[in-house]
Design a protein around this ligand. Structure first.
Ligand code: Q0Z
Length: 287
C-alpha cells in the first residue's frame, strides 16, 4: 500500500480506506454482529470467507454487470476497488418471505408496493423473485420503499436498469447456490456509477452478511429458518437471555468453532474450492 492511506469509513464489521482519488480498499474483519450488536469475540477467518465469496461472485457475474473489483489482497481479506458514485438505495432482491419482507407482508399484504398472494407463510418461496429497494440509513435500520420513492432517489431510468440487473444477478446466484444445497433467500446489492455513468456492482456480493443463506436440507416454510452462519451464535445468545443491547456476550470456544465451520462450509459449498487453497492463494477464486 502507498504510505498515505486514508481511512474513509467504518461499517459494523468492515473498514474502508482511500488509496487515491480513483481507488478504495475494503477490509473485512473477523468481527460478527447479531441483532445489530457487534460481539466482543471474533470468528477466525470470517473476513477471508466473506472477501473470497464476494470475489468469487464478482468474477462469475461480470458478463451480467461490471463490478468494482480491481485486485484481491494476498491477505485474503482486502480488496482494492474502483471508487464509484454510489446510488443512494440498497437493492434488495427477495425470492422468499423473510425478515422485513415478512413483517411488511403480515401488516399490509405488500412488500415495497408488490402485492403478494394471500395467506403466504413465513419463509415461503415467492411466485417469482421481487426487487424491494430500501433507503440507506446512516443510523438505525434501512427502510423499505416503493418504486416511486426509489425513482425519486435515482430516477426512473436508473431504477429500471438496477431492477433488471439485480434480478438477473439474484437469478444467477440463487440457481448456482441451490445446486450446491444452499437457498439464497434474499440479498442486498449495492451499485455505483463509474466516470462514464455506467452501472457497476460494488461493495460485497452474495455473502452471508449481505444475504440470507439457508441450508436446503433444513428448509421448511412456516417459521424463519436460522441463517446458515449465525445459528450457533443466536442459539447461544438466546440461551443466556441477553436483552440484545450493547454490549453483547463473549462467545465460548465451541460456539466460535461451530460458527467458523459454518462459514468455511458455506465458502466451500458455494465455490467448490477448499478454503485452505484460498488462504494459500486468494486468486484461486477468480479463475
Ligand atoms: C462502500 C462501506 C465498508 C464502511 C462506500 N466502490 C465503492 N466506491 C465508492 N464507495 C463505496 C464503494 Cl464499495 C462504498 N461503502 C460501504 C463499506 C465500511 C462502509 F467497508 N461505502
Amino acid at each position: 500500500m502507498p504510505e498515505a492511506v486514508i481511512h474513509v469509513g467504518s461499517g459494523k464489521v468492515r473498514e474502508l480506506y482511500a488509496l487515491d482519488a480513483d481507488r478504495l480498499v475494503l477490509v473485512a474483519s473477523d468481527r460478527i454482529s447479531t441483532f445489530d450488536v457487534v460481539l466482543p469475540t471474533e470468528i477466525p477467518d470470517k473476513g477471508k470467507v466473506l472477501t473470497g465469496l464476494s470475489a468469487f461472485w464478482f468474477a462469475r457475474t461480470r458478463e451480467i454487470v461490471p463490478n468494482h473489483l480491481l485486485t484481491l489482497g494476498d491477505d485474503g481479506r482486502s480488496t482494492e476497488c474502483r471508487r464509484l458514485d454510489m446510488l443512494p438505495i440498497e437493492c434488495v432482491v427477495r425470492g422468499y418471505l423473510a425478515g422485513s419482507g415478512w413483517t411488511d407482508y403480515r401488516a399490509t399484504g405488500e412488500v415495497c408496493g408488490h402485492r403478494l398472494p394471500a395467506r403466504l407463510a413465513e419463509a415461503q418461496r415467492l411466485p417469482e423473485p421481487i426487487f424491494t429497494p430500501a433507503t440507506k440509513a446512516t443510523s438505525g435500520h434501512d427502510e423499505n420503499i416503493d418504486r416511486s420513492a426509489a425513482a425519486d432517489l435515482v430516477g426512473v431510468e436508473r431504477l429500471d436498469e438496477v431492477e433488471r440487473v439485480a434480478l438477473g444477478l439474484y437469478g444467477f446466484a440463487s440457481e448456482h447456490a441451490r445446486g450446491r444445497g444452499i437457498i439464497l433467500a434474499d440479498t442486498k446489492l449495492e451499485f455505483g456509477a463509474d466516470e462514464d455513468g455506467r452501472l457497476v456492482l460494488a461493495d460485497e456480493a452474495f455473502t452471508p452478511d449481505s444475504s440470507r443463506f439457508w441450508p436446503a436440507d433444513e428448509y421448511a416454510p412456516g417459521s424463519s429458518p436460522p441463517s446458515f452462519d449465525k445459528q450457533f451464535v443466536r442459539d447461544y445468545c438466546a440461551s443466556l437471555g441477553w436483552d440484545k443491547t450493547d454490549p453483547g456476550p463473549e462467545l465460548p470456544d465451541d460456539v466460535v468453532a461451530g460458527t467458523r465451520a459454518r462459514y468455511v462450509d458455506a465458502f466451500e459449498r458455494l465455490t467448490g474450492i477448499a478454503f485452505d487453497a484460498y488462504v494459500d492463494d486468494p486468486e484461486v477464486v477468480l479463475a
